[in-house]
Design a binder for this molecule. Sequence first.
Ligand code: CTP
Ligand code: MG
Length: 226
Amino acid sequence: KRYFALIPAAGVGARMAASSPKQYLPLNGVPMLQHTLEAFRRSALIAHTYVVVSAADGYIDSVAPEGGVTVLRCGGATRMDSILNGLRAIRAEVRDDDMVLVHDAARPGLTPALIAKLISAVGEHEGGGLLALPVVDTVKSTRSGALETTPRDGLWLAQTPQMFSYALLLRALALAPDPNAITDDASAVEMLGFSPKLVEGHPRNLKVTLPTDIAIAEMYLGQDSK
Ligand code: CTP
Ligand code: MG
């Protein structure tokens, strides 16, 4: 099997509210996206990495992706659109049964060991799979008006990478009804009736979303990783 990485990096980082998109903010002096790309560059399992940025992106050249990375300037209005555009852009370079690992640019703490764990745990599972963390807090819902508590057992927080065959992922995202409702790739695959495999991830693979996440990411990035 061949494994390709597809990294959506076309967001604006509204919740971070920084002066540049968050994927270019320095973490321990190195742009976030460069840390993210480094995990794939260090992994011996990844054949090639594609990164999707917006057409107007003025930062990607300074991140200067080294060999083994192709920049696709086809970002869309939503995360799902960016990934779908990226998948269509690489159509001629991949086969239907190649595996695609979609990974947020905003998760710079990924390691080659987590990539290897995902690939080996998912194996030939037809619905693909994803890294995720068991929920440790008690979960409250205000959705129905009255406060409700959802038992946390059996609840997981989805991380990335999320890995599927090229053909399955393209079909799932192309058929998904509402790009804004699709905040991860597995949910689109689930809508086709597949059950992606959950593989336990690691807290260091957090998604950097809010300003308070920066210090946490820098702490993990300062630790040795394989
Ligand atoms: N992303 C993308 N294209 C979009 C929106 C998001 O490629 N139109 C990417 C982001 O760059 C990020 C990943 O999807 O790497 C996860 O999205 P998120 O954490 O929500 O990033 P942003 O959308 O940039 O942040 P926010 O929602 O706070 O604006
Ligand atoms: Mg977003």
